[in-house]
Design a binder for this molecule. Sequence first.
Ligand code: FES
Ligand code: FES
Length: 156
Amino acid sequence: MQYDLKVNGETHRVDVEGDTPLLWVLRDELGFKGVKFGCGVAACGACTVHMDGTATRTCVFPVEDAVGTEITTIEGISEGAELTDIQNAWIENQVPQCGYCQSGMIMAVTALLEEIPNPSDEDIDASITNICRCGSYQRIRKAIHAVADAREKANV
Ligand code: FES
Ligand code: FES
């Protein structure tokens, strides 16, 4: 079957089975390699993208249900070469270790900060359930608070 998918503002036509997980369509058909395979059962968050702004785990999401939504991957989150404030905070706080989980983390954190601009540690723990085998959780929290504080100051 053919499906039109809108990814990072551009429409792409793909010819795949309707129940193919969106993860594999994004990676293998369209070449968006920032989305990662971790567990395949919606547990780890490595495959997180935004669908209509909502953080979504794509390893269990059938491509046919993605038609008509605005999909954003890590490749489309910034404006051209400009990194987002979250990506910059990741660099400043040296968050990544191996980095494998981090694009999914950044997608999840980006969605969280849209919903809760200044999250508590409890909010972070409840919302960011992504798994990092390197254990970068403390730095992730620190970077999230740094972004929230900077945004708050910029709005004053
Ligand atoms: S690969 Fe999708 S949640 Fe782990
Ligand atoms: S930075 Fe290595 S898995 Fe998270």
